[in-house]
Write a new protein. Structure first.
Length: 248
């Protein structure tokens, strides 16, 4: 089912080649803003039968659209790894902590899903190469809350690179959210655990590292009014997302 075609401005699909000294891994990235009306009308065409059962229990339209947007993005990301699969053949079940678990014809990639406003994003990757994604709207309204969750040192590192306070705080929020996902501890862990130790400009992105998790790095892009942060192993390289060419 194609609610959006790759030629449309609100769908970004990209296959990532993650290069390391010990091998090469593949991942799939999707960022999309599918129209809500079409999502609701066409859900049976891309949901797995087991997902349709869960969807039928959702009472409120906002929750329905969030669920559908997440599944839409996740399945398109997975199909970058297995283009032979139909969207409805892929089942994504909630785990005990509501983490997404993929089941699809012998394929068992890991999947990370994020939402912001009408946008959804997903990253599909092999279990042996842990990753995660988080997206957030760049909005002044949340600045005060986020500022209370970051240290002065982090703020001082990131703000000159991000060009203004709102973008810096949004970046730091996505970085911490994404890190909590990759180590699967959720938002109950104090944000100070994910303190940023270094930040540098890398082409269109900002790359951060962490004193408490030296094996990881985050790469943040700006596009579509969003901060988009990917977590990956520190020694993996994957170039830059093509959507970074879409300037704010």
């Amino acid at each position: 089912m194609d609610l959006l075609s790759p030629a449309q401005p609100d769908l970004f699909l990209e296959a990532l080649c993650l290069e390391r000294k010990d091998g090469v891994f593949q991942a799939g990235f999707c960022l999309a803003r599918p129209p809500g009306r079409e999502l609701l009308a066409g859900s049976a065409r891309f949901l797995h039968p087991e997902e349709q059962e869960l969807f039928a229990t959702l009472k409120f339209e906002r929750r329905q659209l969030s669920y559908l947007t997440g599944r839409f993005c996740a399945k398109h990301a997975i199909r970058l790894l297995r283009p032979d699969l139909s969207l409805s053949a892929i089942a994504i079940h909630p785990g005990v902590f509501q983490q997404p678990i993929v089941c699809a014809d012998g394929l068992a990639p890991q999947i990370s899903i994020s939402h912001a406003a009408d946008w959804g994003a997903a990253l599909a990757f092999p279990e042996e190469h842990p990753m995660a994604i988080d997206i957030e709207e760049i909005k002044e309204e949340r600045a005060g809350v986020v500022r209370s969750q970051v240290t002065d040192a982090e703020y001082g590192l990131v703000t000159p690179l991000a060009q203004d306070e709102i973008r810096a705080l949004t970046l730091l929020w996505t970085v911490k959210e994404a890190m909590s996902k990759v180590i699967r501890c959720g938002m109950m862990t104090p944000f100070t655990l994910f303190e940023v130790g270094s930040a540098e400009r890398a082409g269109p992105a900002i790359v951060c590292t962490f004193p408490n998790f030296a094996q990881y790095k985050t790469t943040t892009y700006w596009a579509c009014g969003l901060a988009i942060t990917l977590v990956s192993p520190k020694n993996s390289s994957f170039g830059h997302l093509q959507l970074a060419n879409r300037h704010e």
